[in-house]
Each structure stands twice: as structure tokens, then as C-alpha cells.
Design a protein around this ligand. Structure first.
Ligand code: MN3
Length: 250
């Protein structure tokens, strides 16, 4: 069983990672600014994502009963660990400059191999996914994000329904996203495989705020073919504070 690391340790590790990776990284508002001509003040600076897997901030069993411990253990220690390992391997083979953030890499992922696209994408998506969940989550976004969702989708319930539908209807393996597009509009969409909106090859482009893994490995042990039940349960885990932090960074 993996032990959760302390907040202090997490923060100090995050600070170190930031110090190493901030240079040249395209995170949050910087990412969107680089993609469009609009000028926007960055209110929150998010740490850049490195190629190493970071520790889970909760135990494998902490998301029960919505996501079972065995699924979490396999998902984190096998599937996600392999994306990180293979992404590092591909990055080295393709002469990616050490210290390049995953965000920067994905923004020009078209110039790299399918191995790097799939694994750097997979690594980024899972690093995001773990942080988008927490045990005993509050269930609702705070006022600022809530207002943004209502403005964009009409109501929080409509947002949830549309996001759920994006996850349910993604054929095969992939992800559902809430993201900020390059015109600073909140959007819902989905991507196949391990693609995401940061990628220059993606049909939907922008900065991901909330991501949901709808690969069968994310739910099959507990929910079998019932992806809709998994998605419905997953809403109980959404870490809205973290989504808000991402929202405020763009
Ligand atoms: Mn997965």
C-alpha cells in the first residue's frame, strides 16, 4: 500500500519542480497566451509537469466506494507508471532537451513519434486525473468557477450532463475534458487514446481544467461494461478546489 505524502513534503517537492521547469514552460495562461494574441494576467502559477510520476496524495483505497483500491493500485502503479517510463524513454531517444515540461512537449507533439505522443499524453493526463480527484470531495465548485460554468453552459446540472455525455459517447478509449479554449471560453469535449487539448494534433485545443479517464482500465474491475455508472460515481470525487486553481491560472 502506498502511503500518502505529507502536504509539506508535497509543497516542497512542487516548489523544486517549479524551479527546475518554469523556464520556457507553457502553463495555464502562458499556454493560452502563446496560442492567441489576447493578453491576460496570470493570477495563479501552476507547476509545470515533469516526466516523472509524482506521488499520489491519497491511498489507493481512499476513493472507495466510488473507485476501488485494486483499480487505483493497478491504474497508478502499472498503467500510469508505464506511460511515465515510456515517455522518458522516447524523450531521450528523440533528443528532447532535459527539463522540458510535458506541456511544452505536447504543444508541438506532431514533430515526435507516436510513442512519445501516446506516452507523454498518457503521463500528463494521469498526473492531472489523480489531482482532479480527492476523497470526500465537496461535490460543487466554488462561486467563481460555478459562475463561469453557469455562464457557459446555462446551469451546473447542464454542464454535468454534457460532460457525462462526452465521456459516455467517446468510442473506445479516451478522455472527457472541461477545458479553456484559445478564446478563453469554457468548453466540453473528448479526445481518443491519450490525446488531450494541449496537443497541436488534437481536434479540440486549449488548456485542460478537468479530465476524466474513460479507458476500460479505469473502471472495468468494478463497473464492467457500465461506463455510465462509473462516471456517475466519479462526480462524487471531483476536487473542485484543484479545478478552480487551474481555472484561475488561465
Ligand atoms: Mn488510465
Amino acid at each position: 500500500m502506498k502511503k500518502a505524502i505529507s502536504r509539506r513534503l508535497f509543497l516542497s517537492q512542487t516548489a523544486k519542480t517549479t524551479a527546475v521547469l518554469t523556464s520556457g514552460a507553457l502553463i495555464g495562461g502562458s499556454f493560452l497566451s502563446a496560442c492567441s494574441s489576447s493578453k491576460k494576467t496570470i493570477s495563479t502559477v501552476l507547476p509545470a509537469t515533469g516526466l516523472d510520476q509524482t506521488p499520489l496524495l491519497y491511498s489507493y483505497s481512499a476513493l472507495e466506494p466510488f473507485i476501488d483500491a485494486q483499480t487505483m493500485e493497478l491504474h497508478y502503479s502499472k498503467h500510469a507508471a508505464a506511460y511515465s517510463k515510456n515517455a522518458k524513454e522516447a524523450a531521450a531517444a528523440e533528443n528532447v532537451k532535459p527539463g522540458t515540461s510535458v506541456e511544452t512537449l505536447l504543444a508541438s507533439v506532431s514533430i515526435y513519434s507516436a510513442k512519445l505522443r501516446n506516452n507523454a499524453g498518457g503521463h500528463y493526463n494521469h498526473e492531472l486525473f489523480w489531482k482532479c480527484m480527492k476523497p470526500g470531495a465537496a461535490g460543487n465548485p466554488s462561486e467563481k468557477l460555478s459562475n463561469g460554468l453557469i455562464k457557459s453552459f446555462g446551469s451546473f446540472e447542464t454542464f454535468k450532463n454534457q460532460f457525462t455525455e462526452a465521456g459516455k459517447t467517446r468510442f473506445g478509449s479516451g478522455w472527457a475534458w472541461l477545458y479553456m479554449d484559445r478564446d478563453h471560453q469554457l468548453r466540453i469535449g473528448s479526445t481518443p487514446n491519450q490525446d488531450n487539448p494541449l496537443m497541436d494534433v488534437s481536434d479540440i485545443k486549449g488548456f485542460p481544467l478537468l479530465g476524466l479517464d474513460v479507458w476500460e482500465h479505469a473502471y472495468y474491475l468494478k463497473y464492467q461494461n457500465k461506463r455510465a455508472d462509473y462516471i456517475q460515481a466519479w462526480w462524487n470525487l471531483v476536487n473542485w478546489d484543484y479545478v478552480q486553481q487551474r481555472y484561475e491560472s488561465v
